[in-house]
Design a protein around this ligand. Structure first.
Ligand SMILES: N[C@@H](CCC(=O)N[C@@H](CS)C(=O)NCC(=O)O)C(=O)O
Length: 228
């Protein structure tokens, strides 16, 4: 066994970690986040405020913060571009994904969505986020039928973008047309990544288990209400 992943029974942030682990062929056991959060938060290495957590058997340490987990795995399995610039950009893409998650959930449910607020967000910010990923991909050679977000080979950025937009459009199918309109190359990339055999098998099994559940709590219900 290579890793343990601690997360809730939802895809949201956990799917980023699990997709990358499947992509690189690492073995892991999924554990409920409540085994660490909140009571044992301070007992892990570099205490993390909230899940996901990754326990790495190789170093016998637990890592928190999704971007740190993805960068750790990406470095280990050579899923980063070679140049310093490319590596900074990969981290930037991961952080962008995290920002989108925060915005979609209104900073973890600080406020609930209503139809008007959602519509404004969808038209003004979500569309811009999509265009921004599309611009990055286009700049690095992504096309409708080929390529990756940051160059000629797959990197952690492709996995992150698939985890973000693949999950969003699966859970809220109406958003597929937004992605196709604002980021057609990214939409095609997400499909190509999701169709990689090892990822397709994992996603099929996860989607059977969770259905269209995206994130938890009241904000999850609020999203379903405006988008369902
Ligand atoms: N910045 C952290 C955010 C972690 C986070 O917000 N986790 C959520 C689930 S996705 C949670 O369980 N939050 C509970 C809390 O913050 O108390 C990361 O990227 O890993």
């Amino acid at each position: 066994m290579d890793y343990r992943v601690y997360y809730w029974d939802i895809p949201f942030r956990g799917v980023f970690v699990e997709l990358l682990l499947h992509e690189v062929g690492a073995s892991y056991q999924r554990r409920d986040a409540s085994e660490i959060y909140p009571d044992k938060n301070l007992q892990i290495d570099c205490p993390g405020m909230a899940p996901p957590y990754l326990y790495d058997y190789g170093i016998q340490k637990t890592i928190a913060q999704l971007p740190a987990i993805l960068m750790h795995l990406a470095r280990k399995y050579d899923y980063l571009p070679g140049s310093a610039e490319g590596q900074a950009l990969a981290l930037k893409v991961i952080l962008d994904c995290g920002d989108v998650l925060m915005e979609v959930t209104r900073f973890y449910g600080l406020q609930m969505w209503d139809k008007a607020a959602w519509q404004t967000f969808r038209e003004e910010r979500l569309s811009r986020w999509m265009q921004l990923f599309e611009k990055t991909g286009s700049d690095y050679g992504l096309r409708q039928d080929r390529g990756f977000l940051l160059g000629a080979s797959i990197s952690v950025a492709d996995i992150a973008v698939a985890a973000l937009f693949g999950t969003l459009t699966h859970c809220f199918p109406t958003l597929a047309k937004d992605l196709n309109r604002h980021a057609p190359f990214v939409a095609a990339l997400v499909q190509r990544v999701e169709q990689r055999p090892v990822l397709a098998a994992f996603l099929a099994q996860q989607r059977r288990k969770y259905g269209r559940d995206y994130c938890g709590g009241e904000i999850g219900r609020s999203l379903q209400k405006v988008l369902g």
